[in-house]
Design a protein around this ligand. Structure first.
Ligand code: MN
Length: 248
C-alpha cells in the first residue's frame, strides 16, 4: 500500500500510526507543515524504512511562519522530498498571497539550485498561479500536485509541465473529482490520504484509507484493481528513483 501525502506528526498518536504503517507495509510520504517540525517528524520514522519525511512550509501558515523559510533552505541539501508547500487562494489565506508567492518561489529556486527535489504541492483555489510558478522554474524538480481541484484543462497543462498527482479518498467522493482523476496521466498518479485533515465517513483518514482510490482508478481506467496496483507500484518505484537522483 501507498500513502504519498500524510501528516503523520499531526495524528493524536503518531507512534501508533508509524507502527500500523510498518505492520501493514505501507510506503508513506510524511509531509510537514513547518520546517521547525521536520526534525521531530523525521525522528518518528526512524526504524520505519518505508516512511520518507518531507520538509515543508504550508501556505496556510506562511503568514505567521514565513521566516522559517530560512530553516527550510538550510535543511534542503539533506532532504530528497519537499512538502507540503504551495499556494492557498481560499478567503482565509488570501491576504497572505503575496507572501505565499514569495516563499513558494524562493523554495522552488532553492530546489532548482540543488538539482531538483520531489515536491508535494498544495494548490487549493490557486491552481493557475501554482502552475505559473512551476512553469517559471522548470528545474525545481518533480512536482506532485496533491488533492488537485483545478479544471480539466489545468490537469492537461500540469501534465505538460511534468507534474504528478496524488489522489485521495475524500477527493473522489464527488463526480467532479472522479472526472478530474480520469484525466490524470496513469503513469504519474500516487494514492494519498491527507490524514488527519481529510475526513472520510465522519473521521480522520488514516494512511491505509489511501488504498480506497484503487477502485475508482479501476473504474476510470476500465481495468481491475490488481492491474491498478501494478501501475501504482511502478509509479512508486519511479518516483523513488527520481528522488534518489536528487543527489542528497
Ligand atoms: Mn496536506
Amino acid at each position: 500500500m501507498i500513502d504519498f501525502h500524510c501528516h503523520v506528526d499531526l495524528y493524536p498518536d503518531p507512534h501508533w500510526i508509524v507502527r500500523e504503517c510498518t505492520e501493514r507495509r505501507i510506503y508513506v510520504l510524511s509531509v510537514t507543515n513547518t520546517p521547525s517540525t521536520w526534525a521531530v517528524t523525521s525522528a518518528l520514522a526512524k526504524g520505519a524504512p518505508r516512511i520518507r519525511t518531507a520538509i515543508g512550509l504550508h501556505p496556510q501558515v506562511v503568514k505567521e511562519r514565513h521566516r522559517e523559510v530560512e530553516l527550510l533552505t538550510r535543511h534542503l541539501p539533506e532532504c530528497r522530498y519537499v512538502g507540503e508547500i504551495g499556494l492557498d487562494g481560499s478567503p482565509e489565506a488570501m491576504e497572505s498571497m503575496s507572501l505565499q508567492e514569495e516563499v513558494f518561489s524562493l523554495i522552488l529556486s532553492e530546489c532548482a539550485r540543488l538539482g531538483g527535489r520531489v515536491m508535494s504541492i498544495h494548490s487549493r483555489r490557486a491552481s493557475k498561479r501554482v502552475l505559473e510558478h512551476l512553469a517559471q522554474c522548470p528545474s525545481a524538480g518533480t512536482p506532485i500536485l496533491h488533492w488537485f481541484s483545478g479544471s480539466k484543462s489545468e490537469v492537461a497543462e500540469a501534465a505538460g509541465l511534468g507534474c504528478w498527482f496524488s489522489v485521495g479518498p475524500a477527493m473522489i467522493l464527488g463526480e467532479r473529482g472522479r472526472a478530474l482523476v480520469a484525466e490524470m496521466p496513469r503513469d504519474r498518479i500516487l494514492p494519498e490520504s491527507d490524514g488527519p485533515f481529510a475526513m472520510i465517513e465522519g473521521r480522520s483518514a488514516n494512511p491505509w484509507d489511501a488504498a480506497r482510490v484503487a477502485s475508482t482508478l479501476a473504474a476510470a481506467w476500465e481495468t481491475d484493481v490488481s492491474s491498478v496496483w501494478d501501475v501504482l507500484r511502478g509509479n512508486l518505484a519511479r518516483i523513488g528513483s527520481i528522488a534518489l537522483g536528487a543527489g542528497v
